[in-house]
Design a binder for this molecule. Structure first.
Ligand code: DGP
Length: 115
């Protein structure tokens, strides 16, 4: 069993978070340190530590993350677009080892990596 992070407590509502969506497979909540006007994290309810740990059995949850991202983006009025980002392990600068998709939007974003 992979180790729990603070995100498991958010899923179980044991610590406060601004949860914008939750179902049997995924939970979405506002990032505690928003980098853009809309900055939401979409996570599987199951603990998958990193993108390097996903398996075929996770495909329903991973697919749901994209569907939920689209629905939240519509709710947030991000009709001009947005960015979905998954950091993976040390070189990807992942901080919390519970897989999460960042949804950034609400302003013009810069290049993903400096050129
Ligand atoms: P990453 O670098 O991709 O692992 O991003 C982790 C994100 O998680 C970071 O943007 C801050 C956010 N975060 C960390 N702890 C908490 C928390 O307790 N609550 C909320 N809402 N967000 C958190």
């Amino acid at each position: 069993m992979p180790e729990e992070t603070i995100f498991s407590k958010i899923i179980r509502k044991e610590i406060p978070a601004d949860i914008v969506y939750q179902d049997d497979l995924v939970t979405a909540f506002r990032d505690i340190n928003p980098l853009t006007p809309t900055h939401i994290l979409i996570i599987p309810n199951k603990i998958i530590p990193t993108a390097a740990d996903v398996n075929e059995e996770d495909e329903a949850a991973l697919g749901r993350m994209f569907t939920v991202a689209r629905k939240i983006a519509e709710q947030e009025g991000l009709d001009k677009g947005y960015r979905l980002l998954v950091n993976c392990k040390e070189h990807g600068r992942q901080e919390v080892y519970h897989l999460h998709m960042h949804l950034f939007g609400g302003k013009q974003l810069g290049n993903m990596l400096p050129k």
